[in-house]
Design a protein around this ligand. Structure first.
Ligand code: UD1
Length: 338
């Protein structure tokens, strides 16, 4: 099986590449390195001891994507490529709609031309909006997303549903990620946000390594047990393994549709900070701040469908996740740059 990973040098893409190569799949990576590093591609080769083609392309460039399909016999595409900063998407929505929709449409059109019919999409829990009850289940309707980033995910899901409806040979799995954190235990690949991190774990890690002075906790007056937001954190390796299971599912003729990828457990910001203090042995100073606009109080997955249909069993608990993240950040305090 030969799998094209768009955005394969990114955080989730690189971890998925490792799992696929370790299980004997062949891969091709397409990445423009706009929010990732070519070093990650070398690290994937180093961890797995395997080689594969990597194209430095923007997947909105139809000719460049066509060339990949011409030069490689691809069986399935996993589409990670896209812009993903929630706050930035509120400031420059047109750029988010243009890039994320264009990338998905270009890849889908080129797949069709090349006769490739299996697609796995990196979606997000944010497509549930804020009105559905917790835990989120796949049979609940999509809601109003809190950011243009989220809306691009919901729109691409809808595009895929319509495309699969119109073309019975196309099958698409929509993987709805909750909060992926952690890193490969080798400490060779991990999350490498550009600039000031928006997400909790990279920010905490930068405080722990001394790159930033203190964490700002956005809101302690939420209707949650300790007042801080509750999220469903999942190890990026567990997430990566779900992609392999989704490939196997499509290979045995599985139906198109969404799957939640979360642990099913919720942890508050305070609990995460406490666990990070314990694992790192660092004080991690934290200051309470007002709520961040658009943050829902609680986000937790029901992962029954992924467990039952894909056979997915997330295996790594919070301490292990944070320890793996810490190994990466400690050895790479400036990400792939050193
Ligand atoms: C967001 C997106 C999600 C996306 C994910 C990863 C929404 C609703 N969610 O998740 O779609 O997949 O990012 O890109 O748009 N926090 C702090 N201080 C910080 C940073 C975060 O207190 O410096 C808090 C936040 O208020 C939140 C929690 O930590 O309660 C987790 O935040 P974050 O890691 O940014 O993820 P989400 O916002 O849940």
């Amino acid at each position: 099986m030969n799998v094209l990973l768009t955005g394969g040098a990114g955080y989730i893409g690189s971890h998925t590449a490792v799992e696929l190569l370790n299980r004997g799949c062949d891969i091709v990576i397409a990445d423009d390195y706009s929010n990732s590093s070519p070093v990650a591609v070398e690290r994937i080769r180093q961890i797995t001891g395997r080689d594969f083609p990597a194209y430095h392309v923007d997947v909105t460039d139809c000719e460049a994507v066509r060339r990949i399909f011409r030069e490689n016999k691809i069986d399935c595409v996993i589409h990670f490529a896209g812009k993903k900063a929630v706050g930035e998407s509120v400031e420059i929505p047109l750029s988010y709609y243009r890039t994320n929709l264009d990338a998905a449409l270009t890849v889908l059109e080129c797949m069709k031309e090349a006769g490739v019919s299996r697609f796995i999409f990196s979606s997000s829990a944010t497509v549930y909006g804020s009105l559905n009850p917790i835990p989120y289940r796949e049979d609940m309707p999509r809601g109003e997303c809190s950011s243009p980033y989220g809306t691009t995910k919901a729109m691409i899901e809808k595009i895929l549903e319509d495309a699969c409806h119109a073309d019975s040979t196309l099958s698409a799995v929509l993987l709805r990620y909750f909060n992926p954190i952690g890193a490969h235990p080798s400490g060779l690949i991990g999350e490498d946000p550009q600039g000031i991190p928006n997400n909790l774990l990279p920010y905490i890690a930068q405080v722990a390594v001394g790159r930033r002075e203190r964490l700002m906790v956005f809101g302690d007056d939420y209707p949650t047990p300790d007042g801080t937001c509750v999220r469903d954190y999942i190890h990026v390796r567990d997430l990566a393994q779900a992609h392999l299971l989704a490939l196997e599912y499509l290979d045995r003729g599985g139906e198109s549709g969404p799957f939640n990828l979360g642990s099913g457990d919720g942890f508050s910001v305070k609990e995460i900070v406490e666990t990070a203090r314990k694992v790192t042995g660092k004080p991690i100073p934290a200051t309470m701040k007002p709520r961040r606009p658009g943050d829902p109080p609680t986000l937790i997955a029901s992962n029954h469908k992924a467990r039952e249909v894909l056979g997915w069993v997330p295996q790594r608990g919070l301490e292990e996740i944070i320890a793996d993240a810490w190994a990466w950040h400690q050895s790479h305090p400036n990400g792939y740059d050193g």
